[in-house]
Ligand binder design. Structure first.
Ligand code: TAP
Length: 483
């Protein structure tokens, strides 16, 4: 598709939030320079314009952060009552709400996601995670995890770029509520909301060292994983890196939880409310440009309604607005990085080469920045790469089935098992199918709904451990008294 126009982000977006020209590492409650003075730039993926220079933490910096976290754990955080810890979490939650506009704008500038998503999903859901876990802080003995479960100590957390603030909240809120201290590394391409969050920690008077933010690339994450002073690793990212982390911590005292990739089936039966299902399909794969671990990237549609569903889906996709993420009417924003765009392009080319039929609505993509038009593949077989591999972009693969058993077999025919969706008006069918799906989260007549009260996590190669809900607390507690 030939790019046709260019735009600049609205000038007011820069005035909503102050972006410093460079950022230090947040260690022990202070922004400090990295030991070897290295930095990297973070860009706006919608314009390729540089936003800021961010410090690159070396192993020495990670060591400093782990020591700060240990000191904070020993001297203050582990000695504090749950009720006191809860007050800090409530304070952080309220500050996220008060500064919601800044967070939403910054997230959209750094990530490329539509402002209406950062405003209505990422930021409020992040605040909700802090509110929810604040409530648990003084009630841990009632969580059904043993009489007086103890915290683990220093937790190393490594997160991806698709929901930078929300993934931070999923990690930091339960860790703090359960009495642990944290060293967190955001993804290289989206560090800015984590650094704004560091400022919020200071504003909330969080004791220095309870939260430490070290920015950098893969090696910084690796230094956290390998540091002997870390008691637990919580990782969200690709299955390949997750496997490397599991190998690195094998045989050490470190606990580990992994939230990895997915290739979710969104299953539409012939008795479904079709228009409602079409909305769910669109939300399932085009929300956040499809940069969603639990995206409904495989549409399994019953043969008798397949033509109708695809036709209505195409009609709906023609109405999507692709472009400036800062425009409140935009539905599909920019791809997060050149590397991710290359991966999406490579896989979609493989889809064509393997014989699937590719379709996109006629959209005008901006000239600069990283863009990919919403894409639907029909005529997909289970052997195609686009049906097996995680694309992590706005690309839907459509497969068909005749019987419910065939739907289940196809849905489960993947090494992943993070999520799935079922569209049917029959409650008994929904329950029966949900029971047979090998996926950690199953949505019925909806998709991509996130709530702090409900545990989220994978089966099979999508990882282990749960985040959210009562079950998510267990990942941060020594429930067996063996740590
Ligand atoms: P990864 O490349 O795995 O990166 C995730 C994080 O790990 C980043 O902070 C990355 O740093 C860091 N990292 C890279 N190499 C590392 C190493 N050897 N040791 C320790 N840390 C390392 O994934 P991604 O491309 O950012 O994210 C996309 C993937 O995340 C997808 O597969 C998606 O499904 C998965 N994801 C899963 C979930 C859940 S909840 N299951 C949620 C969101 C995303 P850099 O950014 O600097 O490379």
């Amino acid at each position: 598709m030939t790019p046709k126009f260019e735009y600049a982000p609205a000038p007011e977006s820069r005035s909503v939030v102050d972006i410093a020209s460079s950022y230090g590492l947040f260690i022990g409650g202070e922004f400090v320079d990295p030991a070897d003075g290295k930095s990297f730039k973070t860009v706006n993926p919608a314009t390729e314009e540089k936003l800021s220079d961010v410090s690159e933490a070396s192993a020495a910096d990670v060591d400093k952060a782990v020591r700060a976290a240990r000191r904070a754990y020993d001297r203050t955080w582990s000695r504090m009552s749950g009720a006191e810890r809860g007050k800090y979490l409530y304070r952080i939650a309220r500050l996220l709400q008060e500064r919601a506009r800044e967070f939403a704008v910054l997230e959209t500038l750094d990530n490329g996601k539509p402002i209406k998503e950062s405003r209505d999903v990422d930021v409020p859901t992040a605040a909700a995670h802090f509110f929810y876990h604040a409530g648990w802080a003084d009630k841990l003995e009632y969580a059904g995890l043993g009489p007086a479960p103890k915290s683990l100590g220093v937790v190393g957390q490594v997160i991806p770029w698709n929901f930078p603030l929300l993934m931070l909240a999923w990690k930091i809120a339960p860790a703090l509520a359960t009495g642990n201290t944290v060293v967190l590394k955001p993804a290289e391409t989206t560090p800015l909301t984590a650094l704004l969050f560091a400022e919020v920690c200071r504003q909330a008077d969080l004791p220095p060292g309870v939260v430490n933010i070290v920015t950098g690339a893969g090696p910084t994450g690796q230094a956290i994983v390998e540091h002997p002073g870390v008691d637990k690793i919580a990782f969200t990212g690709s299955t390949d890196v997750g496997k490397a982390i599991a190998r690195a911590v094998a045989g050490t005292r470190k606990r580990v939880t992994l939230e990895l990739g997915g290739k979710a089936a969104n299953i539409v039966f012939d008795d479904a409310a079709i228009d409602q299902a079409v909305e769910g399909i669109v939300n399932g794969i085009f929300f956040n440009q499809g940069h969603v671990c639990c995206a409904g990237s495989r549409l399994l549609v019953q043969e008798s309604v397949a033509d109708d569903v695809v036709h209505r889906l195409q009609r709906r996709l023609r109405t999507l607005r692709v472009g400036d993420p800062m425009d409140k009417n935009t539905d599909v924003g920019a791809i997060n990085s050149a590397a991710q765009l290359a991966r999406i392009t490579e896989l979609t080319e493989a889809g064509v080469a393997e014989g699937a039929q590719r379709w996109s609505p006629d959209v005008e993509l901006p000239k600069r920045g990283y863009w990919f038009a919403p894409t639907v593949f029909t005529g997909v077989s289970q052997a195609h790469r686009i049906a097996r591999e995680e694309i992590f972009g706005p690309v839907l693969s459509v497969l068909t089935f005749r019987t419910p058993d065939e739907a289940v077999a196809k849905a489960n025919n993947t090494p992943y098992g993070l999520s799935a969706g079922i569209w049917s008006e029959k409650g008994s069918r929904v329950l029966a199918i949900a029971d047979k799906l090998r996926a950690g989260v199953v949505w019925a007549n909806t998709f991509n709904r996130f709530d702090p009260t409900s545990p989220f996590g994978g089966y099979k190669e999508s990882g282990y451990g749960r985040e959210g809900g009562r079950q998510g607390l267990a990942a941060y507690l020594d429930t067996e008294g063996t740590h």
